[in-house]
Design a protein around this ligand. Structure first.
Ligand code: NOJ
Ligand code: CA
Length: 480
């Protein structure tokens, strides 16, 4: 396969792979590239179009790969550039595109750029924070660099200083980095934290928020309370347009942590954007219907219910909703991203005794459960297994009634669901919508509901013989 010949598009289905926890091939307890390569069939057999690989770059792991010290190499923990090339080749041979998670907003504080090119970063003019901005994981967004005595901006951990995308040298250096991987044959990029790429030129204080922010009301709320100048700046868009052009139109997906309606300007320049509003919704048909109605006009949404930052949907909606969740995420127009383990119903674990991630995301990152005894590694994994006896790939692979088989059936059927998202309605506890010649019905309630008139039941989450009613927590695809 030649560089860039495989196309990932806005309509692709993508498996989000967290390499550290996918499969450990060399027996050190940490997932690696060889593990991904050797277990590529699991992803290919699922029926997705591509995989998204979380950062593999050398990193001191203050934020597990999202603090990069060299953008053009692979961390020895995961393997080598040769291993990476082989992995891409194997993915391509199985018909899968490869999307690389790129971190353009910040580097590691240990990246040589921080010392060699301090002007590539954002510094306060005063002896202290330049403004009232807060960091995403809590605390002030400014820290003092002991060596220079000056204060630098960090949207995330202090170990992740923000690059100054208003400096053309930064734009050039990062564009070279993207080109490096593009030339290696990858099929697209996830743009990490892209809503924070460009900041207010004057670094002005944020005013207090007047409207409630429509995503989760949790600890992150503080950051949204003051969101005027530290993110989502208009100058982000020319930067994205230039990147898109430099990369010959390669697929780009924005990780912009914003409500769906604010994604529109991003979608003018990139192919796709994650839908955090869906990810953070409760299983309430009215709320889901509102999100879908507000989003119906947006092209390029990448629907997702789970990732390494927010955990699996079964952890929030309960195991009884696993199939409904699958039916929802895979029957909407646009793209769909599945997080590893979602296909077998993995769920959030209790925090391990020794914490790895200071932001409390360990419960979302335990190893993929391949067999009843774990099967991720020949040794103790870097973070403990959760419930491999109850939930593993091997058991579900052979069982036609398993969740894994249901995901495979859905992914096989998905191309038939053409047509826009239409006729979104809620009847009692049942959310339903039309996609061309099909209607999808999802009953989120505890009681049965009647199915609307239809020609044929194509797929159900449960009883394949149903004709007129949908049981509790059940869904169906109907041919009209
Ligand atoms: C979003 C990533 O998904 C998350 O894991 C990371 O901590 C932040 N961006 C900072 O890079
Ligand atoms: Ca390993």
């Amino acid at each position: 396969m030649t560089a860039g010949s495989r196309k990932v598009t806005a309509n692709s289905t993508v498996y989000q792979l967290y390499p550290r926890s996918y499969r450990d091939a060399n027996g050190d307890g940490i997932g690696d590239i060889a593990g991904m390569t050797r277990r590529m069939d699991h992803i290919a057999n699922l029926g997705v179009d591509a995989l998204l690989v979380a950062p593999l770059f050398p990193s001191p792991n203050a934020d597990f790969g999202y603090d990069v010290t060299d953008y053009c190499d692979i961390s020895p923990t995961y393997g080598s550039l040769m291993d990476f090339d082989e992995m891409v080749q194997v993915a391509h041979a199985r018909g899968l595109g490869v999307v690389v998670d790129m971190v353009p907003c910040h580097t590691s504080i240990e990246h040589p750029w921080f010392r060699d090119h301090p002007e590539w970063y954002i510094w306060s003019d005063v002896d202290g924070p330049a403004n009232n901005w807060v960091a995403c994981f809590g605390g002030k967004a400014w820290s003092r660099d002991e060596q220079s005595g000056k204060w630098y901006l960090h949207s995330y951990y202090p170990e992740q200083p923000d690059l100054n995308w208003r400096n053309p040298e930064v734009v050039e250096a990062m564009t070279d980095v993207f080109s490096f991987w593009h030339k290696r044959g990858v099929d697209g990029f996830r743009l990490d934290a892209v809503s924070r790429l460009v900041k207010d030129a004057g670094l002005r204080d944020n005013p207090p928020l007047t409207n409630p922010f429509p995503l989760w009301e949790n600890a992150l709320q503080a950051m949204w309370d003051q969101r005027r100048y530290h993110l989502d700046q208009p100058d982000t868009f020319p930067a994205l347009a230039r990147l898109k052009e430099e990369l010959d139109g390669t697929y780009l997906i924005a990780e912009a942590y914003l409500p769906n309606r604010d994604l529109a300007p991003y979608l003018e320049h990139v192919d796709a954007a994650f839908t955090f509003e869906l990810l953070q919704s409760s299983p309430c048909p009215h709320r889901l219907a509102r999100i879908l109605k507000e989003s119906a006009s947006l092209q390029g949404l990448a629907w997702t219910l789970a990732n390494h930052d927010f955990g699996w949907i079964t952890g929030r909606w309960g195991h009884e909703m696993a199939r409904l969740a699958a039916l929802l995420v895979l029957t909407l127009p646009g793209g769909a991203y599945l997080y590893q383990g979602e296909e077998i119903g993995m769920t959030n674990a209790p925090p391990p005794r020794t914490s790895q991630d200071r932001a409390g995301r360990d419960p979302f990152r335990h190893p993929l459960q391949w067999t009843r005894d774990g099967g991720f590694s020949s040794v103790e994994p870097w973070i403990p297994y959760h419930d491999p006896v109850a939930c593993n790939v091997e058991d579900q692979d052979k069982d036609p009634g398993s969740l894994l088989s249901f995901y495979r059936a859905l992914l096989t059927l998905r191309p038939a669901l053409a047509g826009p998202l239409d006729e979104i309605t809620v009847d009692e506890s049942c959310l339903s919508y039309r996609r061309g010649a099909h209607r999808i019905c999802l009953n989120f309630g505890d009681s049965p509901v009647s199915l609307p008139p239809h020609h044929e039941v194509i797929l159900t989450t449960g009883d394949a013989t149903i004709r007129t009613t949908l049981g509790p927590h059940s869904g169906a695809i109907l041919a009209l």
